[in-house]
Design a protein around this ligand. Structure first.
Ligand SMILES: *Cc1c(COP(=O)(O)O)cnc(C)c1O
Ligand code: SF4
Length: 360
């Protein structure tokens, strides 16, 4: 059960701290006293961090910000279909810190620390504040793998959040990748400009300057995450690299056409091209966020024609077991053998189109 709504005072970032424990959440009035012990059990299992910028956005216990970041006792319940490594990163990891699923691109996870811990995270069993910083020996082994695999053309830094590295370390990693001849493209996945926009500093921006094209993929799930501070941080980042948006379809956060439209418009306004809308991965204790795929398809269908095509992300499912991402967007096209094809317009009306050479 959710605690009754807690309305907080006008936000102030002064003296504010990142909340990491049940007692801190209680002091901040983000959980009710009778939930303290259950939340402490959640905290013993999964990392918690709610930085000041996000705390100040929480208006009540069931709003889109609280739902994403405030822990909940339902996280202690693992549904039968949920697994610790839902998309089999581990099985596809040839060397610590690398995941190589697709031929031409691989993930490099230099650390598993994040500025905020999302309650629906698909890597929730791995991420945490003391987790996963690759040692220099491990980094060298990862570089050796990337150098040896000349079929790789793109390296995606993820984690954890790579922008949590010191600018010096991040810059050093990007320079090594920049110098590998067969690598053409670099990508960094981050939540930082949303979670701790004040940490987007000139040093960090400097670390992101590469020779090769670099793309930044920004994780955000609700329009409310785009505050003046996060928009200012994003404007700085957009001067360094093109910005892509990544979102997860989440119950109670963005599972209506209106909420999704607001999110996608907020992204465009922040110079972000929405790239992927992810179907939720089945990590343990995340069932309360599940939105059925048919519902996701209906939401996207409702947006087609209503907002700029620039704002529409690809709706994708990462197939459980490590089989990769596949588009699951609504279909507008049906093959009619012998008669060309039928397409459905944005109102669902069918139209015949010739889709074969005309005979005679
Ligand atoms: C998602 C993912 C990628 C990137 O896939 P794109 O479709 O290129 O964004 C690469 N490797 C792994 C293991 C992934 O899970
Ligand atoms: S920022 Fe990304 S990796 Fe970190 S907890 Fe959230 S979803 Fe997981």
């Amino acid at each position: 059960m959710l605690a009754s709504a807690t309305i907080r005072d006008a936000p102030t970032l002064r003296n504010a701290q990142t909340l990491r424990e049940a007692d801190a959440l209680l002091d901040a009035a983000l959980i009710a006293p009778d939930r303290r012990d259950a939340i402490a059990r959640v905290a013993a299992r999964y990392a918690i961090a709610i930085p000041p910028a996000l705390q100040s956005l929480i208006e009540h216990a069931d709003d889109p910000i609280a739902r994403q970041f405030v822990p909940h006792e339902d996280e202690l319940v693992t549904a039968p279909h949920e697994t610790a490594d839902p998309i089999a990163d581990e099985a596809l990891s040839p060397v610590r810190g690398i995941v190589h699923r697709y031929k031409d691109r691989a993930l490099l996870k230099p650390l598993l620390v994040c500025p905020v811990y999302c309650r629906f995270c698909f890597r929730r069993e791995q991420v945490g504040p003391d987790g996963g910083l690759l040692s220099s020996t491990e980094l060298e082994a990862a570089y050796a793998y990337l150098r040896a695999h000349t079929e790789l053309r793109e390296i995606i830094l993820t984690g954890g959040d790579p922008l949590m590295l010191s600018p010096r370390r991040l810059g050093a990693i990007l320079q090594v990748l920049d110098a590998i001849p067969h690598i053409e493209t670099l990508r960094v996945h981050t939540r930082l400009p949303i979670a701790t926009p004040e940490t987007v500093t000139p040093d960090l921006l400097g670390a992101l300057r590469t020779e090769k094209p670099l793309w930044l993929a920004i994780h955000a799930n609700s329009a409310r995450e785009f505050t003046p501070a996060s928009r200012a941080a994003l404007a700085q980042l957009a001067r360094v690299a093109p910005l892509l948006g990544q979102s997860v379809l989440l119950a109670g956060v963005n599972d209506s056409p209106e909420a999704m439209e607001a999110l996608l418009r907020a992204m465009l306004a922040a110079r972000i091209k929405p790239y992927y809308l992810h179907q939720l991965d089945a990590a343990p204790g995340t069932a309360r966020f599940h939105v059925p795929i048919e519902r996701g398809r209906a939401i996207l269908a409702a947006l087609r024609g209503r907002i700029s095509g620039l704002a529409i992300p690809a709706y994708v499912l990462d197939i459980p077991g490590g089989h990769g991402k596949v588009p699951i967007a609504p279909d507008h096209w049906r093959n009619d053998p012998g008669h060309g094809a039928t397409v459905l317009d944005r109102d669902g009306n069918p139209h015949q189109v010739a889709d074969q050479p005309r005979s005679g």
